[in-house]
Design a binder for this molecule. Structure first.
Ligand code: ATP
Ligand code: MG
Length: 138
């Protein structure tokens, strides 16, 4: 069964949306294989988003990920990576389809409530970056 990595970002945790987002995840038949609530540090966020380090928004992005606790998740389902990207919706909530998490809950491009791996290689890196094998119960 495919696994993907998800984050409920600080803007959503701050607005008490953990339960509502998990409800959407479970209603689409994802299994939560691992979950924890942590406060990221700048170096951890910078390494996590290293693919964006040359982008103009890198500093703001990594800072915003450290403004409050996040929920880290390993989600499991057939075709989980694509299915989770679909459920998240477009990066910019203004362009997100109806029924997606970003359409419903995100407030802006910067405060877009959730993260999801975009490919098998990034999912493998991101899962192992935050979870040890013993923390993932598939
Ligand atoms: P994520 O990686 O968080 O799941 P994504 O894959 O949809 O989002 P990316 O292109 O990887 O989008 O960008 C990472 C994050 O950086 C976005 O979620 C968004 O918060 C922020 N971001 C992307 N583009 C911009 C931009 N042009 N200006 C400001 N912030 C941006
Ligand atoms: Mg991305």
């Amino acid at each position: 069964m495919e696994q993907t990595f998800a984050i409920i970002k600080p803007d959503a945790v701050e607005r008490n949306l953990i339960g509502k987002i998990l409800e959407k995840i479970e209603s689409k038949e994802f299994r939560v294989a691992a979950m924890k609530r942590v406060l990221l540090t700048i170096p951890v966020a910078e390494c996590f988003y290293h693919v964006h380090k040359e982008r103009p928004f890198f500093k703001d992005l990594t800072a915003s990920m450290c403004t409050g606790p996040v929920i880290l998740l390993v989600l499991q389902k057939e075709g989980a990576i694509k299915a989770w990207r679909e459920l998240m919706g477009a990066t910019n909530p203004a362009e997100a389809d109806a029924g997606t998490i970003r359409k419903e809950f995100a407030v802006s491009l910067e405060k877009n409530s959730v993260h999801g791996s975009d490919a098998p290689e990034t999912a493998a890196f991101e899962i192992s970056y935050f979870f040890s094998q013993t923390e993932i119960l598939s």
